[in-house]
Design a protein around this ligand. Structure first.
Ligand SMILES: Nc1ncnc2c1ncn2[C@@H]1O[C@H](COP(=O)(O)OP(=O)(O)OP(=O)(O)O)[C@@H](O)[C@H]1O
Length: 355
């Protein structure tokens, strides 16, 4: 029998993060305490905050909702929590995972708001994939989701958004941004709170939490989540980064934290020009070009030119300085959006690589 390193009882697992043998209850204690320390150490919340948890029904956001709800009570954060789900319109995937979110809403007694791509943009992902095929569809989905979460948060009147991005996700993003030479995103992607002026702050309380431990926690706690991969997401580039990091982790478990620390330690030399943040002339959301990536992509879909937002968008941006077509079904291009959210996309990057 292997003894628990903390209480000397019978160990039930070996922690992927540091190899400690722990019993279940000592693992729960360590897992929850570390997330609490991340929250407190980084001032993620203040009393009175209203926080929308991006709830996809997957393991990460389900564990996030469970743990935030628990810590909020245990440590009396005084924070109001709300679940916010975006229904991208992916039959056989998001409809099923949203059922898990609806069950969690009842289980945790938290309000839930669901926004759909169809109502926000006039298109479901099923329709987008039918139009453009499986290549590039993740670009549409990622850009629309980022803006949709902001729009949902403004609608709910919250002042913060929390997402379930974990340590593995962040290490992968660091690597991908290094390989792409994307300095602006490299600088941003390790930040635990993102969101420039005019945007709602977004935080990642699971930034230092290993994916394997999230899976273990969800499994031992018997949490209700949906575990199937997106049917439209080949996302080969992230897949390569993921495989590489898993290989590194096998040799050196700390590699994930080390990559995050390396990303955090990088700083951009003075004088290097970074994209400036402005407001999209079409929808009013924050953008790094005069027309935001969501509007460019939407224009492409609505005018039968779906690659408009995929190719170099400075060109597309010039094209879009013209007024939008009146036939658009989206409230983004028709009404100018709510004018208060934050789509901080970098239109020249083919995939969404920051959070
Ligand atoms: N459809 C959605 N609705 C609301 N929030 C979402 C949605 N998709 C993703 N998010 C948020 O963004 C985070 C990272 O999303 P990603 O697509 O990387 O999924 P993931 O790593 O599989 O996470 P999860 O296990 O929570 O689905 C999620 O944990 C969640 O907080």
């Amino acid at each position: 029998m292997v003894n628990c390193a903390k209480c000397n009882g019978q160990a039930a697992l070996k922690r992927p993060k540091n190899g400690d043998a722990l019993c279940r209850s000592c693992f729960f204690e360590a897992f929850e305490r570390e997330i609490h320390e991340t929250i407190v150490g980084n001032d993620l919340f203040v009393r009175g905050d209203s926080v929308a948890i991006g709830a996809s029904g997957g393991k990460d956001s389900t564990v996030l909702a469970h743990v935030l709800n628990l810590l909020n009570e245990r440590h009396d954060y005084g924070v109001k929590l709300v679940l916010l789900s975006i229904d991208e319109g992916i039959t056989g995937y998001r409809d099923d995972s949203l059922e898990a979110v609806k069950r969690n809403k009842l289980e945790y007694g938290l309000p839930l708001e669901i926004l759909t791509y169809k109502e926000l943009y006039g298109w479901t992902m099923d329709e987008i994939v039918a139009k453009i095929g499986l290549k590039n569809n993740c670009t549409f989905c990622g850009v629309f989701r980022r803006q949709a979460l902001d729009r949902g948060a403004w609608k709910l009147g919250v002042n913060k958004v929390a997402t379930g991005h974990n340590a593995d996700d962040i290490a992968e993003t660091v690597l991908m941004n290094v390989l792409r030479g994307d300095i602006a995103r490299l600088q941003r992607c390790t930040q635990i709170v993102t969101g420039q002026e005019g945007m709602l702050p977004r935080c990642k309380p699971l930034k230092y939490t290993y994916e394997k431990e999230i899976v273990m926690y969800a499994h031992f706690k018997k949490l209700d989540y949906f575990s199937t991969e997106c049917i439209y997401s080949p996302n080969a580039y992230r897949g390569h980064a993921r495989t590489y990091i898993k290989d590194l982790e096998r040799v050196r478990p700390r590699a994930i934290l080390d990559i995050i620390a390396s990303g955090e330690a990088l700083s951009v030399k003075e004088g290097v020009s970074l994209p400036t943040i402005t407001t999209c002339v079409r929808c009013g959301y924050i953008s790094s070009q005069s027309v935001c990536k969501a509007c460019v992509l939407l224009q492409g879909l609505n005018t039968n030119e779906p690659l408009l937002g995929i190719r170099k968008t400075s060109k597309a941006n010039k094209q879009l300085q013209r007024p939008p077509p009146t036939s658009s079904t989206s409230d983004v291009s028709q009404s100018g959006g709510c004018g208060s959210g934050g789509c901080a996309c970098n239109p020249d990057t083919p995939q969404s690589l920051d959070f």
